[in-house]
Design a protein around this ligand. Structure first.
Ligand SMILES: O=C(O)CCC(=O)C(=O)O
Ligand SMILES: [Fe+2]
Length: 573
C-alpha cells in the first residue's frame, strides 16, 4: 500500500510534550502573537453545577499563561478584521444532535478561496493574501513533515505519546525527558478500510425527539440492546488492575517484559467475530448487536467490566448506595438555562484556516448517549486499555478504537488490535451523523455571507472510518504530536480530524512546532467539537492538562462517568 512517506508512523507525544513540567507556565513575558481569532462570547457548554460554571470557556489562554478574554480577542477580531465579513449572529439551527439529518453536502465548483483570520506570519508559512474585504491577515501553511529537534536528533523512528521516563532522552534538546521511544523500524501496510455506513438510518426504536430540556435539538434514542449471558469475574487476577495502571502511577522500564500488560500471552485471542466477555473462556456474554444492524451498538453484562486490562470501564458501576439517583430538578433547570444561553451565543471560532471549534455543539442529551455508548464499547472486545509503546512505556490515557485499530507500537492502523486480536467495533451511525453535521456546520459558517466561496476547499469533507477514543483521568495528558498515520491520500487531501470532547475540560495545545512554549492553548469542554483539516491538518497538538471536576453535573449524574475526559477523534483512513 502506498503510504506516501518513508514512515507513516503516527507522530504522537512529542518533544516538550507529555511531561507535566513542560506544560507549566514558563514565566516568559507574553508574546504579542495575537494570532487567534475568536468570535463572540462563548456560551457555556451546558455545565450544571457550580463547580463547572466558572469560566464556561469564557477565556482563551495563550501560551506562557498569557490569558486573553474572549471579549478581548473578539474585539480585536471584530475591529481589525471581520466587522463586515462575519454575520452578527450565527444561528444554531444546525446544532449537533445525534439525529442530525444528513444533508447531501452538495458543494459546487472547485474554486479555491480561503480567508485568513490569522495575523501572524511564521517563518515557515506560505503567506497568502486573503481575498476577502479588509483582511490583512496572512495565512500560514504549517509544515506537513515531521519537524522539531527531537525528531531529528534522536531517531527517524521515534514514537511519541509516552509517559515513560527514560534517562537516555534527557539530553534531547527541547524534549520531554520521556517522550521518545524507538519503534519498529518496519512498516506494515494497513488493510483496506472497512466500508462505512453512511449514517442515514435512524433507529426505529424508542421515543426519538423527546428531550428533557426544552431547547435541545432532537434526541434520538439509542438502539435498544439486551444483555446476553453472564461473565465470570476476573480471569487474570495476577495482571495489574486498572487502578494500578492508572496514568502517571506506573513506572515501566523499557524492556521490562514482565510489566508489559500487552503481551499477547496474557490474552485470549478473540476472533473478529467473537462477541462476549473475553475474560471467561467459553462464556459468551454481554453482547448482541442491535436489530438496527449498522450501528454496532452493543450492551454488555456489567460483570464483564474491567477483567483483563482490555475493557476498562469509564463509568462507575453504580453509586455506593446501589441506587441511581435522579438528577435534581434544580440541576436540570440550571442545565436548561445554560443550554439556552449557549444556543444563543456565538459558538464558532476559527483559529486557522481549516481549524474550527464548535463550542457546545453536542447537546447534553447526546453527550449522555455518547458516553453510554463509549462505555458499552469500552467494556467489550476491542475495549479500553492502556496503550503503550514497544518498550513498555505507557501513554497517560486509556484508549480504544472504532472502525480500525491504531497501534501505537507500530504507529499504524490495522483491522485487528495486535495485543488481543480483537476487532474494533464499527463506528455507530449516530456518531457518523454528528461528524457529518459538524463538518456541514463549519461549511455553512464559512460560506455564510460569502466569507469563503468554497468551504470544502478550506475544510474538505470527510467520512470517518476510524475513531480513536481516549479517556483521560485527571492526570491524563497527551504530548504534542501530529496525526499522520492515516493514508497519504487522506493526509495530502487534508481530510479533517474531528474531535469530540466529553466530561472534564481539557487544556488543548496546538502549534506549528513540537514545542509547548510556542504552542497556543485553548480549553475544550464537554460538548465541544474541534475540527482541524485542510491547511491545519498537520498541526502539532496535544492535551496538557485535564481540569478536574469541570464536567457537566448532569452528564456525570446520568452516566456515572468516572472523573476525567473522554475524547473521540474521527478520521478517514
Ligand atoms: O484528546 C484530545 O483532545 C486530542 C486527542 C488526539 O490528539 C489524538 O487522539 O490523536
Ligand atoms: Fe492527535
Amino acid at each position: 500500500m502506498n503510504r506516501g512517506r518513508g514512515s507513516n508512523r503516527r507522530d504522537r507525544g512529542g518533544g516538550g510534550g507529555g511531561g507535566k513540567q513542560h506544560y507549566a507556565a514558563k514565566g516568559r513575558s507574553a508574546q504579542p502573537t495575537g494570532q487567534w481569532v475568536a468570535r463572540g462570547a462563548v456560551g457555556a457548554g451546558g455545565h450544571l453545577d457550580d463547580a463547572s460554571s466558572g469560566s464556561g470557556s469564557s477565556e482563551i489562554v495563550r501560551r506562557n499563561s498569557e490569558t486573553a478574554s474572549v471579549d478581548d480577542v473578539t474585539k480585536k477580531f471584530d475591529d481589525a478584521l471581520l466587522s463586515s465579513e462575519y454575520p452578527s449572529e450565527h444561528s444554531s439551527e444546525s446544532h449537533g444532535s445525534l439525529n442530525v439529518p444528513p444533508k447531501d453536502g452538495n458543494f459546487k465548483g472547485e474554486e479555491y478561496q480561503y480567508y485568513s483570520n490569522k495575523q501572524k506570519t511564521t517563518s515557515e508559512g506560505t503567506s497568502g493574501e486573503t481575498k476577502f474585504g479588509n483582511f490583512k491577515g496572512v495565512q500560514t501553511t504549517p509544515k506537513t513533515e515531521p519537524v522539531g529537534p527531537c525528531y531529528n536528533n534522536y531517531s527517524n523512528k521515534l514514537s511519541e505519546r509516552s509517559i515513560s521516563t527514560n534517562s537516555r532522552d534527557r539530553n534531547l534538546k527541547n524534549c520531554s525527558p520521556s517522550h521518545f521511544i524507538p519503534t519498529s523500524p518496519h512498516t506494515v501496510g494497513c488493510q483496506s478500510s472497512p466500508e462505512v455506513q453512511s449514517g442515514k438510518k435512524t433507529t426505529s426504536e424508542g421515543t426519538s425527539g423527546e428531550t428533557k430540556f426544552g431547547n435541545f435539538k432532537g434526541v434520538q434514542n439509542l438502539p435498544k440492546t439486551e444483555p446476553v449471558g453472564t461473565c465470570h469475574g476476573n480471569y487474570f487476577p495476577s495482571l495489574p488492575t486498572n487502578s494500578e495502571l492508572s496514568e502517571g502511577s506506573m513506572s515501566i522500564k523499557p524492556g521490562d517484559q514482565n510489566l508489559k500488560i500487552s503481551s499477547p500471552s496474557h490474552f485470549i485471542p478473540a476472533s473478529p467475530q467473537t462477541v462476549g466477555c473475553q475474560s471467561s473462556p467459553g462464556v459468551q456474554s454481554g453482547m448482541k448487536t442491535t436489530s438496527g444492524g449498522n450501528s454496532g451498538v452493543t450492551k454488555f453484562d456489567s460483570s464483564c467490566s474491567q477483567h483483563d486490562g482490555f475493557s476498562f470501564d469509564i463509568c462507575e458501576e453504580r453509586r455506593s448506595s446501589g441506587v441511581k439517583l435522579k438528577t435534581p430538578l434544580h440541576k436540570i433547570n440550571k442545565a436548561k438555562r445554560k443550554e439556552e444561553l449557549r444556543m444563543q451565543g456565538d459558538n464558532i471560532k476559527v483559529f486557522r484556516p481549516g481549524m474550527i471549534l464548535l463550542k457546545g455543539y453536542i447537546s447534553l442529551e447526546d453527550q449522555v448517549k455518547m458516553v453510554k455508548l463509549c462505555r458499552d464499547f469500552g467494556r467489550g472486545p476491542g475495549g479500553f486499555y492502556q496503550p503503550g509503546f514497544r518498550d513498555g512505556a505507557k501513554l497517560h490515557l486509556k484508549m480504544m478504537c472504532l472502525g480500525k485499530n491504531w497501534d501505537p507500537e507500530k504507529s499504524e492502523y490495522g483491522d485487528l488490535r495486535p495485543a488481543d486480536q480483537t476487532k474494533p467495533p464499527p463506528i455507530p451511525d449516530e456518531f457518523q451523523l454528528l461528524v457529518k453535521g459538524a463538518i456541514e456546520k463549519c461549511h455553512q459558517y464559512l460560506e455564510s455571507d460569502n466569507k469563503v466561496l468554497k468551504a470544502r476547499n478550506i475544510l474538505p469533507p470527510m467520512t470517518p472510518n476510524i475513531c480513536i477514543i481516549n479517556f483521560y483521568t485527571k492526570t491524563g495528558k497527551l504530548g504534542l504530536h501530529k496525526d499522520k498515520d492515516e493514508s497519504s491520500k487522506s493526509l495530502n487531501d487534508g481530510l479533517p480530524v474531528v474531535s469530540f470532547s466529553l466530561g472534564d475540560k481539557a487544556e488543548f495545545l496546538f502549534g506549528d512546532e513540537r514545542d509547548v512554549d510556542k504552542a497556543d492553548k485553548i480549553e475544550l469542554e464537554s460538548g465541544d467539537v474541534l475540527i482541524f483539516g485542510g491547511k491545519s491538518r498537520h498541526i502539532f497538538h496535544g492535551v496538557s492538562n485535564i481540569l478536574a471536576d469541570t464536567a457537566p453535573g448532569y452528564l456525570m449524574d446520568e452516566t456515572l462517568l468516572k472523573p476525567g475526559r473522554l475524547n473521540l477523534t474521527f478520521r478517514e483512513y
